[in-house]
Design a protein around this ligand. Structure first.
Ligand code: AMP
Length: 280
């Protein structure tokens, strides 16, 4: 497996692979990889000749009060995981390699960024769209793999690709969970053992709500209430949002009568966790 911090070196490899007629799958990550990332890399491995993993904590998608400085990192462990799945290249740039001092171009998607995490993290999705665009251009990937864990991100990237005619296929992958149902996340390591136990309430609340939706409940407010009631019983949990939105435009709805995304963000102590389910 190649490791590089340089855009020019990735491009050199890509030129050679393209000359050989190989297909390329890209898995964009912020590192500190776990089995959730692993599932994306495995899927990319199955569907492409070449697999590129990017491992970059993207500063422009963090707000000033967010956890950029403390975001967990372990590049050697990331390399070991990528190598064990058979990735061909891991791209691990420094911020200066990605952003020149006079960098001033950004990509953004409107409407779909208005609610959910977009409403609480104003610069976040423009930062994501911008870095993802750069990674698409650098890797010339045929396919890119994103987790449903970050459902709003998946929807926004898909819309960007459609609206702006990017030559890439976006592949969405299911959420990988711990045994007790907590969605795997690099941020789970921030929690104390007590908080970790409390964190299972996200999955508990969503599972209960999903059952209701699948049994035909149409009242979105009732779904919001079921989730809030369960989470509010957990003293260590504080709700950031509980949202029911249509799974096309990500706008809040009153009645569930089409594909729906039910998404939540909850603080467990200082750690902000997200989770969701989609009923198509
Ligand atoms: P991150 O490193 O958190 O930016 O995540 C990189 C990619 O991995 C994103 O597309 C995430 O949605 C995906 N991902 C993170 N956690 C999980 C998980 N538990 N299950 C599936 N995909 C995940």
């Amino acid at each position: 497996m190649y490791r590089t911090e340089k855009i020019s070196e990735v491009k050199e490899h890509v030129r050679k692979w393209k000359r050989e007629g190989k297909t390329i799958g890209l898995v964009p990550t912020m590192g500190y990889l776990h089995e959730g990332h692993g599932s994306l890399i495995k899927r990319a491995r199955e569907e492409n000749d070449i697999v590129i993993v990017s491992d970059f904590v993207n500063p422009i998608q963090f707000g000033p009060k967010e956890d950029l400085a403390t975001y967990p990192r372990d590049f050697e462990a990331d390399c070991a995981l990528c190598e064990s799945i058979g990735a061909d290249l891991i791209f691990h740039p420094e911020p200066e390699e990605m952003y020149a001092p006079d960098f001033c171009s950004h990509v953004g998607v409107e409407t779909l960024s208005e609610h959910l995490c977009g409403a609480r993290r104003p610069v976040h999705f423009n930062g994501v769209c911008t870095v993802v665009t750069k990674l698409f251009m650098i890797s010339e990937a045929d396919r890119a793999y994103f987790g449903q864990k970050d459902a709003q991100q998946l929807a926004i990237v898909r819309r960007m690709v459609r609206d702006l005619n990017y030559n890439i296929e976006i592949v969405g992958c299911p959420i990988v969970r711990e045994e007790d149902g907590l969605a795997k996340s690099s941020r789970n390591t921030y929690m104390s053992p007590m908080e970790r136990k409390a964190a299972v309430v996200l999955h508990k609340a969503l599972s209960r709500a999903e059952e209701e939706v699948r049994q035909g409940e149409k009242d979105a407010n009732k779904i919001r209430r079921i989730i809030s009631d369960i989470i509010e019983e957990e003293p260590l949990a504080k709700i950031d949002y509980v949202e029911v939105v249509d799974w096309n435009e990500l706008q809040p709805i009153e009645r569930i009568d089409g594909p729906v995304l039910v998404a939540i963000a909850v603080f467990i102590g200082k750690v902000r966790l997200i989770d969701n389910f989609i009923v198509e």
